[in-house]
Design a protein around this ligand. Structure first.
Ligand code: ADP
Ligand code: MG
Length: 683
């Protein structure tokens, strides 16, 4: 059998330079190489006639060379090569730059195929930098060609070549990784066929089959790994047993408001976990504003009164400070000491905090990633809460947990996730849901409008800011981009607002490319009301609380996922003022209108998320990254929901019949899961 661990340097076509470049792509072994999947494919199979070419497309033409190469020198040492080709419908000019080795490559009167980007100006048809084959050859054309994710200095051609050579080595020799009975039941390609077809598909049908196999394998492995992790957790008995004598109700009765039924139910679940000897591993899901923070405060109270410390991790300094205020307000009357630990703290203060933490004076430590640093030592950490978990990886969760001995863990997220997704994202955790908002919340009014309403939206903002309110305006891009030239960028819009539209107000721009400190400063000023209009990218998505802001405008709303729009909408409606969410969209496709309608009519995050999952087609420019979903090698949690559901049903069945994967027929699955633990989930 073939050794997939062998170094790529031994593969034909890989020189010392390429080894380095491949390494940058994460490819070190033959196994890495053949699982470096294409991100796209070009159909260079069917030639078009010259008179059928469309400006801007990439196309294949089958033509006769009609002129010698014309060479023009310009800009000192640059060379432009031009050549005329023709078929029975017309002429086309081919252009290359600096590729002088092509000078004598073509012979007038002979037949070639060219594939490249077409441009048509004033009726003149051109193709720039085409790849080609001599008639009868199929090297660069005549088939479906894989396009790999960005390749640094490696050209697509070079990488394709290397992968082709790698495939020649392994084809027919790869060990099947899935059990035979699954291949049969789910009509999956065997691994040899799938590997070949995913890179060099004979047609798109074969490609789909190959892809399905790998998606299935990837999702099944992760799902089984999570489920085995969970069953491992469930059996652990060395967790902290928090005393039944400490009553959560003491804090609950001190609050100025009544907890919702959902909050009480969730607290009961948490209390049960805390009092049992099984370490808590619980996900707390709840819509924005559903009151998750107070739940974590009450859990921290219980830990403190039982003599244990809590660590509360938030993704940004602003959020950590916000939590700090709320924790102090509720817990200080009970003599529970809370402290803040942030990245940019002065050394003296930091040292002081660390000392108090170590000797147990601090009961609750609230902070950012700064909590993960090695010299942050607790006396006896008993509870870990991570807020907005998707910003932290599993590994970071593990890092903070390791600072205690088997502390209870509560993971909070404001992204309502449909059950199917929750199972693959948090399959190792128990799940609690707050599915109810505190009473007396004013409903946020949502208005989807087209770009024609821009002026009216601006006037609406003005009339509210004049009354003392503040507004968020979210754009899909930071800076102008050629690729998405119909989008307004945050920097552009902020400039336009400040100079031309709202010179009488203070406008600021906030985006992810800014330094954290800069972002925090701007957010602080917005909170304090110094800035009235905040133009930003989605960086403001996470739980920031500015009760005075009552308008959320989203530009190019059609390009955001619904769940994300819902998150953004949750930034307003946090105070006493009637709040508004205005979604400015372009295009009139049915899906866009449907999506806008859902946003207008639904304020329940879980329903929005379900619909989002149903409606999201491919080709969306906001990928899963913005949702904080983990990156899969090939699966896409939005597009592959159908496969995911199959996989989850299968996992449930296996869990029941062979939870430890001990049966002979599941031996291969066991191996997949073990490998998964090695590289990703291992803690
Ligand atoms: P999120 O779930 O988005 O983190 P928060 O915990 O920030 O929501 O809660 C939003 C606001 O609602 C806070 O000001 C909090 O004090 C308040 N709150 C929480 N629970 C209740 C309740 N049961 N009744 C009234 N207000 C509540
Ligand atoms: Mg929150």
């Amino acid at each position: 059998m073939i050794d997939l661990k062998q170094d790529v340097q031994y593969i034909k076509g890989v020189g010392p330079n390429n080894v380095v470049l491949l390494q940058k792509l994460g490819i070190q072994t033959l196994g890495d190489l053949i699982t470096f999947f294409p991100r796209n494919y070009e159909d260079r199979g069917k030639p078009k006639k010259i008179n059928e070419l469309v400006d801007g497309e990439e196309a294949l033409i089958d033509v006769i060379c009609a002129s010698n190469m014309n060479e023009t020198r310009f800009a000192r040492n640059k060379v432009m090569l031009k050549m005329l080709v023709r078929d029975d419908t017309g002429d086309c000019v081919l252009t290359w730059f600096n590729q002088t080795y092509l000078k004598n490559k073509f012979k007038v009167g002979e037949r070639y195929r060219f594939y490249g980007k077409v441009s048509i100006k004033y009726g003149r048809i051109e193709m720039t930098r085409p790849v080609f084959d001599k008639d009868g050859l199929n090297k660069n054309t005549g088939k479906i060609i894989p396009i790999y994710p960005l390749t640094y200095q490696l050209s697509q051609n070079k990488l394709r070549n290397i992968i082709e050579n790698g495939l020649k080595l392994v084809f027919g020799k790869l060990d099947e990784t899935l059990p035979e009975y699954l291949l049969e039941t789910y009509h999956l390609d065997d691994i040899n066929t799938a590997t070949k077809q995913i890179h060099f598909p004979s047609n798109f049908e074969e490609y789909s089959k190959a892809r399905k196999r790998f998606v299935f394998e990837e999702l099944l492995t992760v799902q089984l790994a999570l489920s085995s992790l969970k069953s491992r957790y469930d059996k652990e008995t060395d967790g902290i047993v928090f005393s039944k004598e400490v009553k959560m109700s003491d804090v609950i009765n001190s609050l100025p408001f009544k907890l919702t039924k959902a909050q009480l139910r969730v607290l009961e679940e948490i209390d049960g976990d805390m009092e049992s000897n099984k370490p808590m591993n619980r996900l707390l899901q709840g819509d924005v504003g559903s009151g998750k923070t107070i739940v974590s405060i009450i859990a921290a109270y219980k830990a403190a009164k039982c003599g244990y410390q809590s660590a509360i991790m938030a993704p940004t300094a602003i959020l950590a400070e916000q939590h700090m205020q709320e924790f102090c307000r509720v817990l200080e009357p009970f003599g529970v000491k809370c402290e803040l630990l942030l990245g940019g703290m002065r050394a003296k203060k930091r040292k002081e905090v660390l000392e108090q933490l170590k000797n147990g004076e601090i009961d609750v430590l609230i902070g950012t990633h700064a909590l993960l640093v090695e010299d942050v030592e607790f006396k006896n950490l008993g509870l870990v809460v991570t807020d907005e978990q998707h910003r932290f990886g599993v590994r970071q969760r593990a890092n903070i947990v390791a600072k205690g001995s088997n502390p209870d863990v509560l993971v909070m997220t404001a992204t309502p996730i449909p059950r199917t997704l929750a199972l693959i994202l948090y399959g190792d955790l128990d799940i609690s849901i707050i599915d109810e908002l505190p009473p007396n919340r004013k409903k946020i009014e949502t208005y989807p409008v087209t770009k024609n309403y821009e002026r009216r939206v601006e006037e609406f903002i003005r009339s509210n800011v004049v009354k003392g309110r503040q507004a968020y305006v979210v754009c899909p891009l930071v800076e102008e981009s050629e690729e998405f030239d119909n989008f307004i960028s945050a920097t552009e819009l902020a400039e336009k607002y400040q100079n031309a539209v709202f010179p009488e107000f203070k406008v600021a721009c906030l985006h992810g490319k800014m330094k954290q400190k800069e972002k925090d400063e701007i957010m602080q000023k917005f909170k304090e009301g110094e800035i009235q209009i905040l133009v930003s990218t989605t960086v403001i998505e996470v739980g920031v609380n500015v009760p005075n802001a009552n308008i959320m405008v989203v530009q190019n709303a059609e390009h955001f996922g619904l769940a994300q729009l819902h998150q953004l909408r949750g930034r307003v409606g946090r105070g006493e003022y009637q709040s508004y969410c205005i979604l400015i969209y372009e295009g009139n496709s049915k899906t866009t209108r449907e999506r806008m309608k859902i946003m207008k009519e639904t304020d329940n995050g879980f329903i929005v998320a379900e619909k989002d999952l149903e409606l999201r087609g491919s080709g969306e420019f906001f990928g899963t990254r913005q949702h904080g979903l983990p990156e899969f090698k090939i699966a896409n949690l939005f597009e592959d929901v159908a496969i995911l559901k199959e996989v989850q049903a299968l996992t449930a069945k296996i869990e029941e019949e062979d939870p430890k994967l001990e049966k002979e027929e599941n031996r291969k699955l066991r191996k997949l899961v073990e490998e998964k633990f090695e590289d990703r989930i291992s803690i």
